[in-house]
Design a protein around this ligand. Structure first.
Ligand SMILES: *[C@@H]1O[C@H](CO)[C@@H](O)[C@H](O)[C@H]1NC(C)=O
Ligand SMILES: *[C@@H]1O[C@H](CO)[C@@H](O)[C@H](O)[C@H]1NC(C)=O
Length: 393
């Protein structure tokens, strides 16, 4: 027992130690006080209004989110974290939120940003140029641009590094849950609807580090390197008289017409026809080149500039203090909900169970009903049209 007890206690502490830096469910009107509209970022006409709503289909009418409500507008909104997230503390960073494109999105961003700035963060000016630590979430424009952004700011290069291979995203009209985990062991993972869709090492999937190997600058292709796979066959020589064979010959079957008058019509000449013996211009046969060495491969050497960086993950080394949306939407109607920033994936998953997963089935049912009604009324409208036609006849 004496041994078991401390273990048990340790398990409890591990559970309790999850830290939540931010949580927002948008379920009360107080959200307007917690969030600041970026009113100095764009003019009033350019900035879209946020609507507080559960949307057309939902699992719970009282459980609201915030919706972009005007087409072709910018949306700027941010809120301070309850507690700053400092990645130097070597904790996991977990960002999670839900996105519902009720409008059947054609073009619009729906990503979230984690921002440094602290006291100096200017919420009213927050916009596309504001420095950020992480940018994460779906962005759709047309059929070819459809991705979940995963972008980390890398202090050492002062660059925002995009994931090199696109991560897909959902574009139907239902809620989807996006989760990003960034770990101090310099790995990351992306989940959509709690399913892992990408994971890996930061240095593999982003350009944090210089290449491990480079082409050896001291080596170059030898002058006498033979790259021609085929050569003309020296044994194959043009037969004598080949070029003397004409392409056309006088038609041997033609005869001078009986009524041909040499004096009036001039000397008769038979028409020309293709020469069956003519074989076109002579081409020398080709054979495999016995000296062929294959393509030259530049030998690689270790890159002297390469240096591993233990601190790639450290995107919030000066503390991240805010989250924000900074978007452009051609077609509005996206609803954001249930945001959490924490250091524990389990905590985020638990939160998802209390929110996203609780509402998901109800939302789907209501959506399916709405779809059914739409189809029925479309069918009814067609019937009406037919009736009108009959009456007018
Ligand atoms: C989410 O995924 C975890 C495994 O990563 C699993 O334990 C959990 O049950 C999942 N949650 C839901 C609601 O499916
Ligand atoms: C972040 O944490 C590190 C290590 O715990 C500490 O040295 C640093 O002062 C912290 N930075 C901020 C901005 O809190």
């Amino acid at each position: 027992m004496k041994l078991l007890f401390p273990l048990f206690a340790a398990a409890i502490t591990a559970q309790v130690s999850a830290e939540v830096y931010f949580k927002e469910q948008f379920n009360d009107d107080g959200w307007k006080k917690r969030w600041t509209v970026a009113s100095d970022w764009k003019s009033k006409d350019e900035l879209g209004e946020w609507e507080h709503t559960a949307g057309e289909w939902h699992g719970d009418a009282e459980d609201k989110g915030i919706k972009t409500s005007q087409d072709a507008r910018f949306y700027g909104l941010s809120a301070p974290l309850t507690k700053a997230f400092n990645s130097s503390d070597k904790k996991d960073l977990v960002i999670q939120y839900s996105v519902k494109h009720e409008q059947k999105i054609d073009c619009g961003g729906a990503y979230i940003k984690l921002l440094p700035g602290g006291e100096k963060f200017e919420a009213k000016k927050f916009g596309g140029d504001t420095p950020y630590a992480v940018m994460f979430g779906p962005d759709i424009c047309g059929t070819s641009n459809k991705r979940t952004h995963v972008i980390f700011h890398y202090d050492k290069k002062d660059e925002n590094l995009l994931i090199k291979k696109d991560v897909g995203c959902e574009n139907d009209k239902l809620s989807h849950l996006y989760t990003l985990v960034l770990r101090p062991d310099n790995t990351f993972e992306v989940f959509v609807d709690n399913k892992s869709v990408r994971s890996g090492k930061l240095d593999d999937e982003f350009d944090f580090l210089p290449a491990k190997e480079i082409k050896d600058p001291d080596q170059k292709k030898p002058e006498d390197w033979v790259e021609d796979k085929m050569i003309p066959d020296p044994e194959d020589v043009k037969p004598e008289g080949y070029d003397d064979i004409p392409a056309e010959i006088p038609d041997p079957d033609a005869t001078k017409p009986d009524d041909w008058d040499d004096e009036d019509d001039g000397e008769w000449e038979p028409p020309m026809v293709d020469n069956p013996d003519y074989k076109g211009p002579w081409k020398q046969k080709k054979i495999s080149n016995p000296d062929y060495k294959g393509p030259w491969v530049h030998p690689m050497i270790a890159n002297p500039e390469y240096e591993y960086d233990e601190n790639m993950y450290n995107v919030c080394k000066d503390g991240c203090t805010h989250v924000g949306f900074e978007l452009w939407q051609v077609k509005s109607g996206t609803i954001f909900d249930d945001i959490i920033v924490t250091d524990s994936l389990e905590e985020a998953q638990k939160f998802a169970e209390e929110t996203f997963f609780k509402k998901k089935d109800g939302e789907k049912e209501m959506y399916d009903d709405a779809q059914k009604k739409e189809r029925e009324s479309a069918a009814a409208a067609m019937d009406d049209d037919e009736d009108d036609l009959v009456e007018s006849e």
